[in-house]
Design a protein around this ligand. Structure first.
Ligand code: 5GP
Ligand code: MN
Length: 339
């Protein structure tokens, strides 16, 4: 894909279609920015488009234009299933394997709709007729921009679409600092600002809406931070009791792991967060340089993602999860001392 398939996609989109757009489970800024950006673009052609998220997402994304049209499969299963059944086209954005859509995986898999994937994660599955997959991309939002441009429709990008796409590029690049940020990324951002994305306002909406309890929870997370200096690793734990103590809400721990990675000399960071509801320890992994947390997570914690950012989970309790993590680390001594 995808350039060779663009004429076929253009033909498909030349008459109004029933379209469902799906982000991954626990959607982040890139997942919601890309799905809503594409939603507004498709709506401008009178397609019957709906974003269906597998589950809820953090409040700091709820100001996004079109937020009130988003269905959540976990709450709106009936209507979501009907829309998926009658969909001509399903876009899967910011993920590349059905299991990443959580409880929606099965309905997506059994649907007869034509699938179109736009995604920048590693090792994509093969379910999509139209697959725009590129691991070198900063974000799915940058790819949606490219996709619209490939359709010769860059002039269709208005302030609303630009705002949505800006959000995902900003959040997935750590505000334009990660290695995936290229001159092209900045070119796209420049165009989005030209189209009316208000960069200062967007940054405020995402990052400056902290609750007092979230900042207190961050304080606890930083107190729990441990380092393994000889392996250039740092990690944080948060138990369910600690989350409860600080009135945890979805999204409150977003970015905490980066404090561990900001320590001088540290190139591998992890945060372990207990979820009593899911009976798991949710893990976020981050690295600097060539040490692949995608591979680490795939090998040991049922997850994956990118080279420098990945997620995973453990089905044992916190202390045995940490024991396992600590016992695995020495196997990577060479990688961790080289990177
Ligand atoms: P986070 O740590 O912020 O949840 O996720 C970091 C990156 O890894 C994101 O790009 C996310 O989509 C991906 N990711 C998170 N959890 C998983 C997982 O369980 N499996 C896979 N394949 N990717 C994940
Ligand atoms: Mn992404």
């Amino acid at each position: 894909m995808i350039k060779a398939q663009i004429p076929e996609i253009k033909t498909l989109l030349s008459t109004p279609k029933n379209i469902v757009i799906v982000p991954h489970k626990n959607p982040d800024g890139d997942a919601m920015g890309s799905t809503l950006g594409l939603y507004h673009y498709l709506k401008s052609y009178n397609h019957n488009a709906t974003v269906i998220a597998p589950n809820d997402y953090p409040d700091f994304l709820k100001w996004l234009p079109g937020n009130n049209t988003v269905l959540k499969y976990e709450n709106d299963q009936g209507v979501s299933k009907v829309l998926i059944e009658k969909a001509d086209l399903i876009f899967t954005l910011d993920f590349n394997a059905f299991h990443r859509a959580g409880d929606m995986a099965e309905v997506l898999e059994t649907s007869n709709a034509t699938k179109l994937m736009i995604d920048h994660h590693q090792q994509p599955d093969d379910y999509a007729k139209f697959k725009y997959s590129d691991v070198s991309m900063s974000s799915t939002c940058e790819m949606v921009y490219n996709f619209i441009e490939m359709l010769d429709d860059a002039e269709k990008i208005d302030a609303i679409i630009a705002t949505c796409l800006y959000v995902g590029i900003m959040t997935d690049t750590g505000s334009f600092r990660f290695r995936s940020t290229t001159n092209r990324t900045h070119e796209v951002i420049s165009n989005l600002i030209k189209k009316g994305a208000d960069n200062t306002q967007i940054h405020n909406n995402i990052f400056d809406t902290n609750s007092y309890s979230r900042i207190q929870l961050l304080g606890r997370a930083l107190q729990n931070l441990k380092i393994v200096p000889e392996l250039r690793t740092a990690y944080i734990t948060l138990s369910q009791d600690e989350l409860d103590e600080f009135d945890f809400k979805k999204g409150d721990t977003e970015g905490f792991v980066n404090y561990a990675l900001s320590l001088k000399g540290i190139i591998f960071a992890a945060i372990f967060i207990e979820s009593q509801q899911d009976q798991i320890i949710k893990i976020s992994l981050r690295s600097k340089g060539s040490f692949s947390v995608n591979e680490f997570s795939r090998a040991h914690f049922h997850g994956g993602g990118h080279t420098n950012a990945a997620g995973g989970r453990s089905e044992t309790d916190m202390s045995s999860t940490i024991d396992k993590f600590i016992s695995i680390l020495p196997k990577y001594k060479q990688d961790l001392s080289q990177s």
